[in-house]
Design a protein around this ligand. Structure first.
Ligand SMILES: Cc1ncc(COP(=O)(O)O)c(C=O)c1O
Length: 460
């Protein structure tokens, strides 16, 4: 055996591939390293076990960028974004992106914002600013500021609850209803009081892709200000919708056209069409950012301001975002969103024609380019079975999940139709879903053991 090992070691010196005979380093930094090629192959061989991102119809995050954009990314991985003194042009490009987004979201004048790691960091920062500004107002009025609360619907992403827990704010979560999966002014009103630091509304929910009634909530907050003197700002979580609504529904008002909307977050790495690692926070006016949250440092005699939770981070995705802005422009983004929407409609039609499904929402609803659907009637299997059978037969990742309270008895499946799901694949997917159901019609639902292994997340 030892001879064989020695022999193989000798051969490995000539041919490489020694890693094929050993378990991957797992719990201890290996004593010695290995060749770059072997290391690359070791990683490559393991990662084939991960899902194929292009078949992941659960994720909102970009899974494909064109080669030229990939080149921009690859050529700028060595630039630390936070080092504004050494990389001033990258910092200038970040500011261009912020100005472009502020313009897209109809900011009334010059404003400010921040590049973030994603919408989660943007939401943390935006909500911190809401808390700080509320405290300033309370202090100025000589009123107590020890019991802040934040109002949002059960249709938000988990980050909103996370913010409340991390930063000691009472979450006032409006439950969904059995047949209403977004929130409106009538839901919000009972929860707002003088300790409300803000209301968060979603443009494009993770669950069904619809929007909260943002205009209605804005009007409510305007009224509460007039009637009760409550100064409650509105933050729009446009993680997904921020790059969709301006192009598919340009006349729909959800942004700074509404006077109570004071800040907006969006994920560059979702419909901004950049790979993971980029989000944006945009304020309506400079004064909406609490000055106390900005840190000033002296860099080579220049005053540099930072407003982030992280410090060092890559520049590549900021540059990739700017690449997309320049490359596509408004016309290009519109074309891409309309392409996704057209294919979404084909998929929706095909699923409706199958007869076993019903769609969530109507065709004329404002919605992200996705199809949310469920079984039309009780069968010998449920949506989790369909998701699982589809994955087993064809490898598609189409999530099934239950909605938050009080709609937890509702199960939904959801397929995102992105640029990697062209017309041919849409047809294939529709056929595959029908085939998976045919199989289930014959064999019945999953065995209990298989059921325990079914994924129940919404995908991100
Ligand atoms: C509505 C909404 N808000 C916030 C987030 C968090 O965004 P990110 O993953 O960019 O941090 C998501 C992610 O799915 C989302 O859908």
């Amino acid at each position: 055996m030892t001879d064989l090992a020695d022999h193989l070691d000798d051969l490995a010196l000539r041919y490489g591939n020694r890693f094929l005979l050993e378990p991957a380093p797992d719990d201890r930094l290996p004593e010695h390293g290995r060749t770059a090629t072997d290391t690359m192959r070791l990683l490559g061989e393991e990662l084939v076990l991960d899902g194929i991102p292009m078949r992941n119809l659960a994720t909102f995050v970009t899974t494909w960028m064109e080669p030229e954009a990939q080149r921009v990314i690859a050529e700028n991985l060595h630039r630390n974004f936070i080092d504004h003194a050494e990389y001033p042009q990258t910092a200038a490009i970040e500011q261009r992106c912020i100005r472009m987004l502020a313009d897209l979201f109809h900011a009334p004048g010059e404003t400010t914002g921040a590049r973030t790691q994603g919408s989660s960091e943007a939401i943390m920062l935006g909500a911190l600013s809401l808390k700080w500004k509320w405290r300033e107002r309370r202090e100025a009025a000589g009123k107590p500021f020890d019991r802040p609360n934040l109002v949002f619907g059960g249709d938000v992403h988990v980050v909103w609850e996370k913010f409340c827990r991390y930063f000691d704010v009472e979450p006032r979560i409006i439950p969904l209803q059995p047949d209403k999966y977004t929130i409106g002014p009538e839901d919000v009103e009972p929860h707002v009081d003088e300790n409300t630091i803000g209301v968060a509304a979603v443009l494009g929910t993770t669950f069904t892709g619809h929007a909260d009634d943002i205009t209605g909530i804005n009007d409510l907050l305007v009224r509460l200000q007039h009637e009760r003197g409550l100064d409650v700002p509105l933050h729009v979580d446009a993680a997904s919708g921020g790059f969709v609504w301006p192009f598919l529904y340009p006349h729909s008002e959800w942004d700074f056209r509404l006077e109570r909307v004071r800040s907006i977050n969006t994920s560059g790495h979702k419909y901004g069409l950049v790979y993971p690692g980029i989000g944006w926070l945009i304020f309506r006016e400079k004064s909406d950012l609490a000055e106390d949250l900005v840190f000033y440092e002296n860099y080579l005699g220049k005053r540099d301001a930072t407003f982030t939770l992280n410090f060092s981070t890559g520049s590549a995705m900021v540059l990739a975002q700017y690449y997309n802005f320049v490359r596509f422009g408004q016309g290009g983004y519109r074309y891409i969103m309309e392409t996704m929407q057209a294919n979404t409609r084909v998929l929706a039609k095909r699923l409706a024609e199958d007869g076993r499904f019903q769609l969530i929402g109507r065709e004329d609803d404002e919605q992200l380019p996705l199809v949310a659907f469920q079984l039309a009637e009780a069968r010998g299997y449920d949506e989790f079975d369909v998701a699982s059978q589809l994955a087993a037969e064809r490898g598609w990742m189409v999530p099934a999940y239950t909605l938050p309270p009080n709609a937890e008895h509702v199960t939904i499946m959801r397929a995102l139709v992105k640029l990697t799901l062209g017309r041919t694949l849409v047809d294939t997917l529709a056929d595959d879903i029908s085939d998976a159901c045919d199989t289930l019609d014959k064999k019945g639902g999953l065995h209990e053991i298989d059921r325990q292994r079914v994924k129940t997340g919404v995908g991100y």
